[in-house]
Design a binder for this molecule. Structure first.
Ligand code: SF4
Length: 338
């Protein structure tokens, strides 16, 4: 659905919106659309306005406007973005940098010779010793694994795949793979050519399977079952969970702890509390038929609660004291179900 530009059914987080703004500004600075640091404030406000306009037009996101209030550490993110472009300008002015860097190419589409696998690389830095592939991230790059911080596995796989695609396209390997954070810290990703080729072969295999299923004219529901592979990790940030039957079915049969905090069930009770907020009780469609309580729901945010329907689905709740008690969070969204 995302590749068809189908609008998300759940809100994008304000941090993700801010990340889009930061990416846009870094790209503009790289393309010299922002000439000096003085343009930063104006450009930032313009990009924020574009995001907020889109949010205001969406019933699931309009309560998150303005981003200044809804984004955690908004001012810090803005300042880090300013530091990032300041450092870009300084590097451009530095003669020393030009001595080792022949050329920096931004936003390069790389694809394998057979055009089956491709990806948009943030930057390729050509040096005297070879090319460095760089990907910029505005969110957290590392994750606590055991008792030490390590670069997240999905980012390593992404960069290793870029290396293999680069090799397929040009017949040589990059000399380095790097992930750069908005805080100015870069992480070098180790890679081994054989592992990169294995990853690319796996990507070819997946692409062939997808094309086979699509060409088979299977109906949409069956296609969804065949192509989706729900898991807590892959579905957590997916904005299409409300429409994904595979996800809804899979989470019913596996333990709930790791899955996103969503409930699908039957509305048992709805009451408006003294503070004007709504409390609902829902009997969950799980094997135990648990009774779930969700409080703190703002009436204006949830039109689904105005409909006479007992089938209901609540997404992105926030835990509240005990296992079956939840409350509304900034991303909580409710749909009625048939
Ligand atoms: S399987 Fe998960 S990630 Fe894939 S579409 Fe369904 S909910 Fe989204």
């Amino acid at each position: 659905m995302e590749s068809n530009r189908f609008p998300g059914l759940l809100p994008r987080s304000p941090s993700a919106r801010c990340g889009t703004v930061i990416h846009r500004i870094i790209e503009a600075a790289a393309k010299k659309k922002i000439n000096e640091e003085d343009d930063f404030e104006e450009y930032w406000n313009r990009c924020i306005m574009i995001e907020e306009k889109e949010m205001a037009d969406s019933w699931i996101e309009r309560h998150l406007v303005p981003l200044k209030k809804s984004t955690p550490k908004y001012e810090l993110k803005k300042y880090q973005c300013l530091l990032a472009i300041r450092s870009m300008f300084n590097k451009t002015r530095s003669h020393a940098a030009y001595d080792i860097i022949n050329k920096i190419s931004r936003e390069i589409w790389l694809e394998t010779q057979n055009k089956v696998v491709g990806g948009l690389v943030d930057a390729i830095i050509s040096t005297k010793t070879g090319d460095i592939i760089v990907d910029y991230k505005t969110g957290s790059i590392t994750k606590l694994i055991g008792n030490h911080e390590a670069v997240q596995e999905i980012y390593k796989i992404q960069l290793q795949l870029y290396a293999a695609i680069y090799n397929s396209a040009f017949g040589i390997w990059p000399v380095s793979l790097q992930i750069a954070g908005i805080d100015g810290i870069s992480y070098e990703i180790d890679f081994n050519q054989k592992e990169c080729i294995n990853l690319l072969n796996e990507a070819y295999h997946i692409a062939t399977e997808i094309n086979y299923v699509v060409a088979d004219e299977t109906n949409l529901g069956e296609m969804n079952d065949l192509l989706s592979s729900p898991s807590p990790e892959t579905c957590r940030y997916c904005l299409y969970r409300p429409a994904c039957q595979s996800y809804l079915e899979r989470r019913e049969i596996s333990p709930p702890a790791e899955w996103p905090k969503d409930i699908i069930g039957t509305l048992y009770e709805k009451k408006i509390l003294g503070n004007g907020l709504i409390l609902i009780r829902v009997v969950a469609n799980n094997n135990n038929l648990d009774m779930i309580t969700i409080r703190g729901l703002h009436p204006g945010r949830h039109p689904a609660l105005n409909f006479e329907s007992d089938k209901i689905a609540i997404f992105s709740m926030v835990s509240d004291n005990s296992p079956n008690n939840f409350k509304e969070g900034i991303l909580t969204t409710i749909y009625i179900r048939r």
